[in-house]
Design a protein around this ligand. Structure first.
Ligand code: MTE
Ligand code: MO
Length: 197
């Protein structure tokens, strides 16, 4: 396991953000509860080897721990959050994306919430499908049992309660993105709203 916290020579706080210590809980509606015994993650779309994993299999696949700053579009940033889970690198080895796979869509247990990211955005060492936060299984509030953690993008791209991952040829807008938030969502470029894309 490596600490991937970036040490690039740039300010630590992206433009327009402020640092907080607590960990707010945000989602479109109410907090979802996923039954861990019945849980299955489906991976489908533009892949050669579609898969369905139960939670125990995912727990065994964990290969990465990261300590990263996270940035919410509502302007809070939280430093040094530690997550453990499965790297997308490892997932890709298993499901074998086709050359036509350009985007990844997460579908979630809270009423079919979706968000998408370009596949290149997952091919960085500080990004994973997380199963634990600060050494414990992720709780309901923060998206357990399985959530995406993509620190290089505003946190609305980090889908909670993930139940399906679909590899897409072409992008489609997710829930917050249809509501006017940026589909690019780079905090360092301050891409907050869709009119900035
Ligand atoms: N399934 C799902 N994931 C989601 C959301 C949501 O509404 N549903 N909201 C996003 C938003 S806007 C933010 S800021 C983060 C918040 O994560 P947290 O509650 O762990 O702080 O989750 C993201 N992931
Ligand atoms: Mo958010």
């Amino acid at each position: 396991m490596v600490n991937t916290n970036n040490s690039e020579d740039r300010p630590r706080l992206p433009p327009g953000q402020h640092k907080i210590r607590r960990f707010p809980v945000l989602q479109k509606g109410s907090i979802a509860h996923v039954n861990r015994d019945e849980y299955a993650l489906s991976i489908e779309g533009e892949v050669n080897n579609p898969k369905r994993f139960d939670l125990n299999t995912l727990i065994e696949l964990q290969d990465r721990e990261i300590t990263e700053d996270i940035h919410c579009v509502t302007s809070w940033s939280k430093f040094d959050t530690t997550w453990k889970g499965i790297s997308f690198e490892k997932l890709f080895e298993i499901v074998k994306p086709k050359p036509t796979a350009n985007f990844i869509e997460f579908t979630c247990a809270d009423g079919g919430f979706t968000t998408t990211v370009p596949i290149e955005r997952t091919k960085v060492p500080n990004t994973l499908l997380a199963l634990s936060y600060e050494g414990k299984p992720i709780n309901d509030k923060h998206g357990g049992p399985v959530r995406a953690v993509i620190p290089n993008l505003y946190f609305y791209k980090s889908a909670k309660w993930v139940k399906k991952i679909t590899f897409l040829r072409e992008d489609r807008l997710g829930y917050w993105e249809r509501g006017g938030y940026s589909n690019k969502a780079d905090p360092w470029k301050e891409q907050r709203y869709s009119h900035q894309d």
